[in-house]
Design a protein around this ligand. Structure first.
Ligand code: ATR
Length: 276
């Protein structure tokens, strides 16, 4: 009998997770199928109970349920609890255990795609939302020495810094302050939704003072080249889009479920084909 996995969210129809996971199950000869489940905020508790009653082996959680699912789980891993969001659940003997692979997926894609010691890089994260939280907490837990946060609303950056249990040396900055001190940073990570839609070609950061040889990473992958990445690239920066983060958060979820690290190059081809 095929094992069942899936992803819950609202909206969910656009999700590319079924494409990458179903292909990986087939490639690894695992008798399993991965569905997308449209679950509303009101339906979340019932959906989790239903998943358990049906013996679903594991699932991903996306917008808007990453935070609100936590009370419905039996156990949550330490990093996911600190972040306050879960994107992966595994069924271990009838108990649902939550993890967050977003930050780890980001860090893995950074280390895989860019050469050099990422832990030694002086890092600036742009944004203070859920994605920034997962990435920032993971980077400092992984041992990246200095990670500062800049946000349009500086108070939210300060809140993020004071919430982080792994680090006490980060600074919170406004965007203008970050732009003025940009030449200090070796690695810049853009986590806001600004620049997401091709019609709204906006960059949240002026890169005039970018350090020579800096790395600029944008977690957006649709479009593959945001305005920020184009401008950074023109200044000679090494750039990275968010495709690797998406692939690796999925690959790490697959590994939690099956113990197997799937072929990420194959997953990347599937998403690139779909993006056209
Ligand atoms: P997510 O969970 O996707 O990270 P979020 O919690 O809504 O989303 O946070 C969105 C982030 O994008 C915030 O850092 C937000 O800045 P504010 O805290 O000032 O709102 C940032 N953001 C969204 N649109 C932006 C824009 N046009 N320019 C700059 N920052 C923007």
């Amino acid at each position: 009998m095929k094992k069942i996995y899936g992803v819950m969210g609202d909206p969910i129809a656009h999700s590319m997770s079924p494409d990458i996971h179903n292909d990986a199950f087939e490639k690894e000869n695992i008798e399993a199928v991965y569905h997308h489940f449209h679950v509303t905020k009101e339906g979340l508790n019932d959906a989790v109970k239903g998943m358990k009653a049906l013996g679903i082996e594991g699932f991903n959680i996306t917008i808007p349920h990453k935070e609100s699912i936590i009370p419905f789980l039996d156990e949550v891993d330490e990093l996911a609890l600190a972040i306050g969001a879960v994107n992966t659940v595994v069924n271990k003997n009838g108990r649902f255990i939550g993890y967050n692979t977003d930050g780890k997926g980001f860090f893995k894609s950074l280390c895989d795609e860019i050469s050099g010691d990422m832990k030694a890089k002086k890092t600036l994260v742009i944004g203070a939302g859920g994605a920034a939280r997962a990435i920032y907490f993971t980077l400092v837990k992984e041992g990246v020495k200095q990670v500062d946060i800049a946000n349009r609303t500086k108070e939210r950056a300060a809140e993020l810094v004071s919430d982080c249990p792994y680090d006490k040396i980060s600074k919170a900055l406004s965007i203008i302050e970050a732009e003025q001190s940009l030449s200090q940073y070796d690695l810049i990570i853009q986590t806001t939704s600004s620049g997401m839609s091709p019609e709204y070609d906006h960059s949240p950061l002026n890169v005039d003072r970018l350090k020579t040889g800096a790395i600029v990473s944008d977690i957006i992958y649709n479009p593959l080249q945001t305005k920020l990445l184009r401008e950074a690239s023109e200044k000679g920066a090494k750039t990275q889009n968010g495709l690797g983060m998406f692939i690796n958060q999925g690959a790490l979820a697959f590994e939690i479920w099956t113990g197997i690290m799937p072929d990420t190059a194959r997953m990347t081809d599937i998403v690139l084909n779909k993006l056209g």
